[in-house]
Design a protein around this ligand. Structure first.
Ligand code: KG4
Ligand code: ZN
Length: 341
């Protein structure tokens, strides 16, 4: 089945085409330059940008895959969680195409897309431990299969990406901040400043990143002093420690052989190096999606959507965007004959 997938949950306008041979095209139009002057995503600007970009991005994806709308056999789009104004643009475009072409349609949970993104690159046996680290979410799941996720723990306050972005803002770095800290930290000493790590109770997989953010603020209020690369490397190391330690603890406790790290923060080079080295030492297979599938993209939505469409799952075209859509409680898709056309 050849599927057109659309993703507009935050500030990237993305479309992809997938078929049985894999990803035929994946296009992402970034809005970074639009939001840069504000140091963060401005929801109203994001939805307006999506309106302008969505049709050209879909056209580019179809052209790159050398197909036309006539060749598309199913449509998938992110319907949550995310910014409602942003989600609506991609979702409405997808529903419009499905309606006009009388094609099967399914809505996809953005988090599910991230958790399954690795399967675009390589097979992984279920169950696996999924660490999802993005700008809005930081959670640990047992991925039992497509559509079958068990939440083990999540951040009690900030997401890891938020900590990176807020830290970068305090340091006067550009937007998006995570990438800037990653870049500067490459030349820094991660042991220069010892930022505190949040400690976890036994059997508890919740995470917390507000403390490290506060300690960076306090360090700067106290006068700072260390070279910027050292501050970045030390701040990054604290966040990486707080991700690696509970992940390995959970994999060990649950006897899971494979750890998959996904979401925007999984593009972080130090996180990748540490998770791979520490994970290998502990005997785990650690997998990261390729960089392009770590940050927001429509290929991952296409993977989850195509799997669901192949199983006969359909959503009615009345499906609405959901700002909050925890995984595992996504609105149940209906069988084809029950779905409204
Ligand atoms: O998954 P994503 O693209 O969007 C959300 O669903 O949130 O993740 C965006 C987050 C941002 O906080 C960004 O700063 C962070 O991922 N990020 C990084 C890196 N690249 C993106 N954080 C640390 N190091 C990076 N290289
Ligand atoms: Zn994301």
């Amino acid at each position: 089945m050849r599927v057109l997938a659309i993703e507009t949950s935050c500030d990237d306008t993305a479309a992809a085409v997938l078929d049985a041979s894999g990803v035929r095209a994946s296009i992402v139009a970034s809005q970074d330059l639009v939001h840069k002057p504000y140091g963060g995503v401005v929801p109203e600007l994001a939805s307006r940008q999506h309106v302008t970009a969505i049709l050209p991005v879909i056209e580019r994806a179809l052209a790159a895959a050398s197909v036309g709308l006539d060749d598309v056999e199913g449509v998938a789009a992110t319907y949550g969680p995310g910014l409602v104004g942003s989600l609506l643009v991609g979702l409405q475009a997808a529903k419009g195409i499905a309606f006009a072409r009388d094609l099967p349609f399914v809505g996809v949970n953005h988090l599910e897309g991230h958790l399954l993104a690795i399967l675009l690159d390589r097979p992984v046996a279920f169950p696996y431990l999924g660490l999802l680290v993005s700008g809005g979410h930081t959670s640990l799941y047992v991925v039992e299969g497509v559509g079958d996720y068990r939440l083990l723990g999540r951040t009690r306050d900030d997401a890891a990406g938020e900590a990176f972005d807020n830290g970068a803002k305090m340091l006067g770095l550009g937007y998006p901040g995570g990438r800037e800290i990653d870049r500067l930290a490459a030349d820094g000493d991660p042991t220069a400043i010892r930022f505190p790590r949040a400690t976890l109770k036994r059997g508890d997989y919740d995470l917390s990143f507000s403390g490290v953010k506060t300690s960076l603020r306090q360090y700067l209020l106290d006068g700072g002093g260390a070279p910027l690369p050292d501050v970045c490397a030390s701040f990054q190391e604290a966040i990486v420690d707080m991700l690696v330690t509970p992940t390995l603890k959970a994999a060990r406790a649950l006897g899971l052989a494979t750890i998959v790290v996904s979401g925007g923060v999984s593009a972080n080079r130090r996180l990748r190096a540490r998770m791979e080295a520490d994970g290998a030492r502990a005997g785990f297979d650690v997998a990261f999606p390729r960089f392009a599938y770590c940050t927001d993209n429509a290929a991952m939505i296409g993977y989850a959507g195509r799997e669901r469409l192949l199983r006969g799952e359909r959503h009615s075209l009345t499906l609405n965007a959901e700002a909050t859509l925890p995984i595992g409680v996504a609105r149940a898709a209906r069988a084809p004959e029950a779905a409204a056309s």
